[in-house]
Design a binder for this molecule. Structure first.
Ligand code: FAD
Length: 543
């Protein structure tokens, strides 16, 4: 399956039908769809970009791309392919923003539906007691944020990066630093409209067609194409304008620079730990406390010097003199990252509230860093890094990412081996590590997690340098990931992959465990010919 990122023409893949064979899906598609009329349009040309994703490693050329303008466009094409039955190998992949890592939104020789072109319904807000917004599933979360703020509202649960579509993240789960409190994004949806694998348009919720509703949420696109979602909202922090002072270290002296008025709605805090046991104890304490921070994450720092100096451009140290003397001495460090949202009426007690929360923690005292930012700047923080990386040509490189969910009882064994033996000298990108508490999550979605209530998300967000054969190259990173996975398997750590990727049925069965029976039975009900989301490689369309 693995295709070099340098190859950008169509690919043939041994497990997939050849698109140039005599039974070409391309040809049959052309002829069978020639009579169809769409509100949007179906393209057979210039569609190479639909065979790309953020991972940059898999490229499967589709035969056609549908740019839908209505739900009935999506329903018609799926129904048409369904009615062709086993006479065709055609499959259909809904594509959100194409930010998968392993070709999950691609359809070799099939039809890709470009969900971002579906602009209906227009975002529509309901501002009652339980506020929500109805959106098209191809909408980007960043747009929902901007529109919701006009109503003083915002979604409750996010991903770290907002340039992803609603359909794309609801198909996986959508986990970030708010999930300890609100659950993942799939727990914050009231209703969906879905086109199933037979082309039927169905509305579902907890009350109506609830089996389909649960199947779709975290269902890896296997049971239907989400066309519309009703997303739960909450009041957003209001704008507070504050006079801000930032300090900078110049020629060994700490000087005040850039005093200015800023919109401040979030206090964003980082603090370092050198001992994982102390770090995780504090994280677990914070996720279980009432009135905690609004966002709780953390990350691992491997072999980084000058890091605190970098932070000074956007964070202020609570104790600049001591912080300046702090050195990592080559140790692996763990950084707690938390945020507290506030409103004008909180201004007189917010600092005290934060001090109280921090006073329970045992970070290295000299390494406390704070920043006051607007709510949008906080939530859209990864986009700032994206722009910088794009400028350097380092965004469109292969991204071999590995996301794991590790039960609390195994996390110490995991970190000892991974950060003590496997990833010792470099990490090739951020490594996130933070716990969530499943007892606050809803049951019954398709997402599978470890069996314990508290588990950690550990995300190895690596970037590979395209031509490197060294430690920053793709092969090296993939080998490290394999070592991590082998260790987890050998030691029976009870982990689950998040954004899972497997190539055999046996591996998928092991991933889903006892849930496999339900998952595969639902597939036979909602997508009996296995037309949808072939890029996940769980089920294969048979002729
Ligand atoms: P695509 O990649 O286009 O599609 C993903 C899958 O969903 C495919 O199988 C596709 O067929 C299916 N799909 C897409 N749209 C629909 C639809 N409307 N109906 C049914 N199926 C559909 N994830 C987190 O949980 N937390 C994070 O903090 C986080 N941060 C990220 C940061 C970056 C920079 C990136 C690149 C990814 C991050 N992710 C995170 C992962 C991301 O949530 C998933 O990869 C997500 O699926 C991508 O959304 P997309 O719109 O690009 O979907």
């Amino acid at each position: 399956f693995l295709v070099s990122f340098t190859v950008n023409k169509k690919h043939l893949c041994s497990n997939h039908p050849s698109i140039t064979s005599t039974n070409s899906p391309h040809l049959s598609l052309h002829s069978s769809l020639a009579e169809m009329v769409f509100d949007g349009h179906l393209s057979f040309e210039n569609i190479e970009h639909m065979a790309k994703d953020f991972g940059g490693r898999y490229r499967f050329m589709p035969s056609a791309v549908l740019n839908p303008k209505s739900v009935s466009d999506i329903s018609s094409i799926v129904k048409h392919i369904f009615q062709m039955g086993k006479t065709t190998e055609l499959t259909v992949a809904a594509r959100g923003h194409g930010h998968s890592f392993e070709g999950q939104a691609q359809a070799h020789g099939g039809v890709v539906i470009n969900m971002e072109s579906l602009r209906v319904p227009e975002m529509s807000f309901h501002t009652g007691k339980l506020p929500y917004v109805d959106v098209s599933a191809g909408e980007l979360w960043i747009n929902i944020l901007h529109e919701s703020l006009k109503h003083g509202l915002a979604p409750k649960s996010w991903t770290d990066y907002l340039h992803l579509t609603v359909g794309g993240t609801l198909s996986v789960a959508g986990i970030s630093g708010q999930a300890f409190q609100h659950g993942p994004q799939i727990d914050n949806v009231y209703q969906l409209q879905v086109v199933t694998g037979t082309g039927e348009v169905v509305t579902c919720s907890e009350e109506q067609n609830s089996d389909l509703f649960h199947a779709i949420l975290g269902g890896l696109g296997q049971f239907g194409i989400i066309t519309q979602a009703r997303i739960a909202l909450e009041p957003a922090p209001k704008k507070v304008t504050k006079f801000s002072l930032t300090y900078k270290l110049t020629a060994g002296k700490i000087i005040l620079y850039n005093p200015q008025n800023v919109i401040s709605q979030v206090t964003w805090i980082r603090a370092l730990y050198s001992d994982f046991a102390v770090f995780s104890k504090d994280q677990e304490h914070l996720i279980s406390s009432e009135n905690s921070f609004n966002y709780i994450e953390g990350f691992v720092i491997i072999n980084r010097t000058g890091l605190l100096n970098n932070w000074r451009t956007s964070f202020s140290s609570k104790d600049p003199v001591q912080a300046n003397q702090f050195t990592s001495e080559g140790r692996v460090l763990f950084c707690l990252e938390v945020a507290k949202y506030f409103n004008l009426e909180d201004s007189d007690h917010i600092d005290k509230d934060i001090d109280t929360l921090l006073s329970d923690l045992n970070y290295v005292q000299s390494t406390l860093f704070l920043s006051e930012v607007s709510y949008v700047d906080f939530l859209d923080r990864v986009h700032v890094s994206e722009l910088k990386l794009r400028e350097k040509g380092l965004w469109e490189v292969p991204h071999p990412w590995l996301n794991l969910l590790i039960p609390r009882s195994s996390i110490h064994q995991f970190t000892q081996e991974v950060f003590g033996n496997i990833l010792t000298d470099t990490s090739n990108g951020p490594v996130l590590i933070y716990p969530v508490n499943k007892s606050r999550w809803k049951n019954g979605t398709s997402m599978v997690t470890p069996e314990e209530d508290v588990f950690y998300l550990v995300a190895f967000l690596s970037s590979a340098l395209p031509s490197s054969t060294g430690k920053d190259g793709l092969e090296y990173i993939l080998t490290q990931h394999k070592r991590i996975l082998n260790f987890c398997g050998r030691s029976n750590l009870g982990i689950k992959q998040y954004l899972p990727h497997y190539s055999t049925r046996e591996e998928w069965k092991a991933h889903f465990g006892t849930f496999w029976e339900v998952f595969s039975q639902r597939k036979s009900i909602y997508d009996p010919l296995a037309i949808l989301a072939p890029g996940q490689r769980i089920f294969h369309k048979q002729r």
